[in-house]
Design a protein around this ligand. Structure first.
Ligand code: SF4
Ligand code: SF4
Length: 107
């Protein structure tokens, strides 16, 4: 009776294949972290500021550190409505304790 044996063979092959796949699976599967990046762009002065809203805790250090009053807190998160006034001093990025700010001129 070759048919049941064939099925069994296929099952064995499948099981072996699965074992092999499991062997190459990384031990810790990276969990996709939530990212909520907000972006402000000044076409006038070519400045780009990104803020990770998952990290931003609304401490306001960036608001205080910015000499050009670029930032404003809105509902506990920072915003950069006055980005055109940025003088690219990088104080905001350095001041953020949560490392939430990415200023493209300050990499
Ligand atoms: S300093 Fe950082 S955490 Fe605080 S409001 Fe600004 S971006 Fe958010
Ligand atoms: S780089 Fe300086 S001027 Fe520009 S937003 Fe940051 S702190 Fe303000």
């Amino acid at each position: 009776m070759p048919f049941p044996f064939m099925v069994q063979d296929e099952n064995v092959k499948l099981a072996k294949g699965l074992k092999r796949i499991r062997r190459f699976r990384p031990s810790s599967v990276p969990v996709c972290a939530m990212v909520d990046m907000r972006k402000w762009e000044s076409k006038k002065i070519g400045v780009v500021i990104e803020v990770d809203y998952e990290k931003c805790k609304g401490y306001g250090d960036c608001v205080l550190a910015c000499p050009s009053s670029v930032y404003e807190l809105v509902d506990g998160k920072t915003t950069a409505p006055n980005i055109d006034d940025c003088i690219q001093c990088c104080a905001c990025q350095d001041a953020c304790p949560a490392k939430a700010i990415r200023h493209h001129s300050c990499q």
